[in-house]
Design a protein around this ligand. Structure first.
Ligand SMILES: N=CN[C@@H](CCC(=O)O)C(=O)O
Ligand SMILES: [Zn+2]
Length: 426
C-alpha cells in the first residue's frame, strides 16, 4: 500500500469519542426485512478497542476508565462513525480492460451476445492467462488501495478469468497473498464456472465435469477459496449444471454463492435458496417465487445496482425483497466488463434513487448484511463487543450524507483492526 497512507500507531487501545452518530448496526445477522431499518445509532458515541477488537461501545460520557497514554485517540466530533464497508461481490483480480465493449453495448449489442461471439469475459480470460502472478498482484493491490479509500475494510473477490486449473489457482493465490499483506481482508471465491472456455465450446457438460473432477479438488486441497460461485444464466450454466457444481463444492467444504437471474429469469434465486447458498447475487430478473424462496431461506440477496446501471438493464426489485422479509446486501460487482467501478458512493446513490431503499437499509446492506453474505458476520460488519474494530469515519455528522452527497467519497478516515490505515488529510 502507498507509504503516504498512514503511519500505524503502536498503541494497545483505540479510543473513538464524541462521534455525532456512532452507527453500530448491532443485532442478529443478517438483518432481514423490517430489521433492516434498525441501525442502533448512539449519539455522542464512543468506542474502545484493544488489540484490534472492540471491547466497549456506548456514550462518550459513560466511557470506562482507561489509561489514555496507551490509547490512540480519535476525536470524531462532527463525524458519523460506521462499521467498515463489506464489498461482498467483486471480480478484482484480472488482466486487461474492455472499454470498447461498454460502447458496443450502448450501441445496442447485448452483453451475452458479446460473450457468445468470443468477447466479454473471454477477452478478460485471454489477458488474465497472459498476466504473471506479480502483475496480477500489483493490479490487485492498487485496486484494494482504492477500495480502502472508499471505506471498504473487507472485500470478496472471485476467480473466473482463468477457466483452466493453472490460472484459476493463480488468481486465488494472488487473493490469498493480498489478504495477508493488505489491510483490506479479501474473502476468496472460486468461480471456474464463470463462462465456457473456447476449447470446451459446445461441450458445457464436459467442462462441468472438468471443474468437478479436476479444478475443485485442487482448489479445496490448496485451501485457497472459501466460496464457490457459478454464473447460472441462459447459454452459460443451466440450473442443473449449477446445482452439480455447487453440490460438489459443498461436499469439499466450500460455501455456495450464485450469479442468479441476472439477464434471464432461470430460477437461480430458487436454486440458491434450495442449496442454502450464503448469497444469491444480481437477481435483476428474479421471479416472485424466487423472491419468496429467498425470504424464507436465510440466503442473502446481494444486489449490484451499478451493474444494472452500466448494462442499462432493469434494477433488481430490492424494495419487494425487503418488504417480503429478505435480507439484502449491496455490493459493487467491480469487474472489467459489466461494471468497471468500485464506487460505494454510487452504489448508495443508486440504491436510494433507483431501488427505493432507505438510508438505514443501505447502511445495513453495505455492512452487516455484506458481512453475512461472505460468512463473516461473526467477525465484522457491526460495532459490537468482540468484533474487529473495522470502522469508517465520514466527513459529515450523519449516515444520511452517504446518500445525500450523491456519488461523492465522503470518507475521512478508515480504521482496520483498531489502527487508522487511511486518512483523507494524509
Ligand atoms: N455476470 C457475470 N459476471 C460478472 C461480469 C464479468 C465480466 O463481464 O467480466 C458480473 O457479475 O457482472
Ligand atoms: Zn459477478
Amino acid at each position: 500500500m502507498r507509504d503516504c497512507f498512514i503511519q500505524k500507531s503502536d498503541k494497545k487501545f483505540l479510543l473513538i469519542k464524541h462521534a455525532a452518530e456512532l452507527v453500530t448496526c448491532a443485532g442478529p445477522a443478517p438483518k432481514a426485512g423490517a430489521a433492516m431499518a434498525e441501525m442502533g445509532i448512539i449519539t455522542d458515541g464512543a468506542l474502545l478497542a484493544q488489540d484490534g477488537k472492540i471491547i466497549w461501545v456506548g456514550k462518550t460520557d459513560e466511557l470506562p476508565e482507561v489509561d489514555q497514554a496507551q490509547c490512540e485517540i480519535v476525536d470524531a466530533a462532527g463525524r458519523c462513525v460506521l462499521p467498515g464497508f463489506v464489498d461482498s461481490h467483486t471480480h478484482l483480480v484480472f488482466g486487461g480492460y474492455r472499454a470498447d465493449e461498454f460502447f458496443w453495448r450502448l450501441g445496442g449489442l447485448p452483453y451475452l451476445e458479446i460473450l457468445e461471439r468470443g468477447g466479454g469475459i473471454l477477452n478478460t480470460v485471454k489477458a488474465t492467462r497472459q498476466a504473471t502472478k506479480e502483475e496480477l498482484k500489483a493490479l490487485g493491490r492498487q485496486r484494494l488501495d482504492a477500495m480502502l479509500a472508499m471505506g471498504v475494510t473487507t472485500v470478496e473477490g472471485k476467480s473466473g478469468y482463468g477457466l483452466d486449473c493453472e490460472t484459476e489457482l493463480r488468481q486465488l493465490a494472488v487473493m490469498d497473498e493480498l489478504n495477508r499483506e493488505h489491510p483490506v481482508d479479501v474473502v476468496p471465491t472460486f468461480m471456474g464456472a464463470h463462462a465456457i472456455p473456447p476449447d470446451y465450446k459446445g461441450r458445457t457438460d464436459e467442462y462441468v465435469d472438468f471443474i468437478i473432477d479436476e479444478v475443485l479438488p485442487a482448489v479445496a486441497e490448496q485451501g485457497v477459496a472459501v466460496f464457490c460461485d457459478v454464473f447460472c444464466e441462459k447459454g452459460i450454466f443451466s440450473i442443473e449444471q449449477s446445482r452439480r457444481i455447487l453440490t460438489a463444492a459443498k461436499a469439499l467444504g466450500l460455501k455456495a454463492k450464485l450469479h442468479a437471474d441476472e439477464i434471464v429469469s432461470l430460477g437461480g434465486a430458487e436454486l440458491a435458496a434450495e442449496l442454502g447458498a450464503c448469497s444469491a447475487d444480481h437477481l435483476l430478473q428474479a421471479s416472485d417465487a424466487g423472491i419468496s424462496a429467498l425470504g424464507t431461506s436465510g440466503t442473502v440477496a446481494t444486489i449490484l445496482p451499478m451493474t444494472a446501471f452500466c448494462l442499462r438493464e432493469p434494477y433488481a426489485r430490492a424494495r419487494t425483497m425487503i418488504d417480503s422479509g429478505t435480507a439484502v446486501a449491496l455490493a459493487t460487482d467491480y469487474n472489467p466488463g459489466s461494471c468497471f467501478s468500485h464506487s460505494i458512493p454510487l452504489v448508495a446513490a443508486l440504491a436510494a434513487t433507483q431501488l427505493g431503499m432507505t438510508a438505514a437499509e443501505i447502511v445495513n446492506a453495505l455492512t452487516i448484511n455484506g458481512a453475512a453474505a461472505v460468512g463473516a458476520a461473526h467477525r465484522v460488519g457491526s460495532l459490537e463487543v468482540g468484533k474487529e474494530a473495522d470502522l469508517v469515519l465520514l466527513e459529515y455528522p450523519s449516515h444520511q450524507f452517504l446518500v445525500y452527497h450523491a456519488g461523492m467519497n465522503i470518507v475521512s478516515k478508515v480504521i482496520k483492526h483498531g489502527k487508522v490505515v487511511w486518512d483523507k488529510t494524509c
